[in-house]
Design a binder for this molecule. Structure first.
Ligand code: AMP
Ligand code: GLY
Length: 435
């Protein structure tokens, strides 16, 4: 079996390692941290060839942009087996306005919102909301197009900048304005084969750049799994209220959705509400969910891609914590080309895996920074507390000028008294059909 993974970040590195437990993996375009022979003896390689030119039994598309651009449709037209939705399903992430309309149709609980392309209407709606306020680009913005603010002046200025195209180009020419919700967040990723859905273990992501959830939103600065507040009962509720109804609506619209449906939820006092859907694996959630999977990922994704999902994923009891190391200036800008030191030493720590997210080789063949999110240090251990200790200890070995990271990833969860095995034993008799 040979699997092609499309993408070049930490999520794709984690996918390659998990798929590489049972298949040869070729990643396009990949990054220099990926090539390896796995402990099970499979090869992970990278190639510059486009996905259409890679000979593989299964193609797994990592990022949203190629899905929104129709890569899965093009590959299916070539009779390739693909894990990832077509353009029709990917619009769920490609347009937040479309996503919100589907949510309303599926009666999925979400924040009160409106979608606008004129300043007058957007600000009039904004003023009707009690605040705090949220302003989002309609189009893709790498996780950075969302402003949550207590200041109505800041929200108004942000709407103006987005609509004028000055802050996010065409992605911001339409905006979603909504009420801010409060509560812990939870990412629930589910595998879908067009007819059935199985949840993966929940994870929690840290979106803001700085400790204490301060500073601007990023693509994600760290994550952990399991999530003590999201027990089996809550996962069931999230599936019933936030995943299955939406898939039902997609199906009624004739959309054969085969891939990951990622529900970003906020656990409010009134129950879970959906902040967003993504149409692919989360980054960095994948880096903490897949190491906990005690199942053949290649088989699972191939089942979903062929429309025959029937395996119940099993989970290790271990917890996993991932901390993202970022370049100076991220998420506003990022200084690249810096020499990275200590990666090998970090990877030698017990339970630790060093994933490359934004790296390249310089002229002398050394690993240098090549993006905002550069390295993910992911650690498995019997508890969240120990996993976080392992990750932060390993990080001490890594350095480059301007490197920064959050020091509070999973800190609150590590100090809860809830059993850390919560939802690690989640089992389903069979993948659930949905209507
Ligand atoms: P999104 O891309 O829509 O998931 O938004 C990114 C992040 O912004 C979320 O993970 C939340 O942290 C925050 N956010 C988005 N919408 C809301 C909301 N309605 N209330 C509070 N926070 C929000
Ligand atoms: N971690 C957030 C995302 O993948 O969109």
């Amino acid at each position: 079996m040979k699997v092609c993974v499309v993408g070049s970040g930490g999520r794709e590195h984690a996918l390659a390692l998990a798929l590489g437990r049972s298949a040869d993996v070729v990643v396009t375009p990949g990054n220099p941290g990926m090539p390896a022979v796995t402990s099970e003896g499979w090869q992970i390689t990278v190639t510059d060839a486009p996905p259409e030119a890679v000979d593989a039994d299964l193609v797994v598309v990592g990022p949203e942009q190629p899905l929104v651009d129709g890569l899965a449709d093009r590959l299916r037209a070539m009779d390739r087996l693909v894990f990832g939705p077509g353009v029709d399903g990917a619009l769920l992430e490609g347009s937040k306005g479309f996503m919100k309309d589907l949510l309303a149709e599926a009666c999925v609980p979400t924040a009160r919102y409106g979608t606008f392309d004129t300043l007058v209407e957007a600000t009039a709606f904004l003023r009707e909301l009690p605040g705090p306020w949220v302003v989002k680009t309609d189009g893709l913005a790498g996780g950075k197009g969302v402003l949550v603010t207590d200041s109505i002046g800041e929200a108004e200025a942000d709407i103006a900048a987005k609509l004028s195209g000055s802050s996010f180009g065409d992605a911001g020419r339409k905006v979603v304005v909504e009420e801010a919700l409060a509560g812990p967040e939870c990412s629930l990723l589910a595998l879908c084969d067009g007819k059935r859905v199985v949840p993966l273990a929940p994870a929690q992501d840290f979106k803001r750049v700085a400790d204490g959830d301060d500073g601007p939103n990023t693509g994600g600065m760290g994550a952990y799994s399991p999530v003590p507040v999201a027990d089996e009962r809550l996962v069931d509720r999230m599936l019933d209220e936030a995943v299955e109804p939406l898939l039902g609506v997609l199906r009624r619209r004739g959309i054969d959705y085969r891939g990951v449906l990622y529900a970003g939820l906020i656990l409010t006092d009134d129950g879970p509400k959906v902040l967003e859907y993504n149409v692919r694996f989360g980054d960095p959630e994948t880096q903490v969910v897949l190491p906990r999977l005690d199942e053949d990922l290649t088989g699972l994704l191939a089942e979903a891609a062929t429309g025959r999902l029937r395996t119940e994923p099993r989970w290790r009891r271990d917890a996993c914590v991932c901390v993202v190391l970022a370049s100076e200036g991220y998420p506003i800008s990022s200084r690249t080309g810096e020499l990275i030191e200590g990666l090998e030493a970090a990877g030698d720590h017990e339970g630790v895996t060093v994933l490359h997210a934004g790296t390249r080789l310089d002229d002398e063949g050394r690993i240098v920074t090549a993006g905002g999110r550069v390295i993910d240090v992911s650690a498995l251990a019997p508890s969240i507390h120990e996993a976080r200790e392992r990750a932060y200890l390993a990080i001490r070995d890594v350095s480059w000028p301007g490197m920064h990271y959050r020091t509070d990833i999973a800190a609150a969860a590590a100090s809860t008294s809830a059993p850390t095995v919560a939802n690690s034993s989640m089992r389903f008799e069979q993948a659930r059909p949905f209507s």
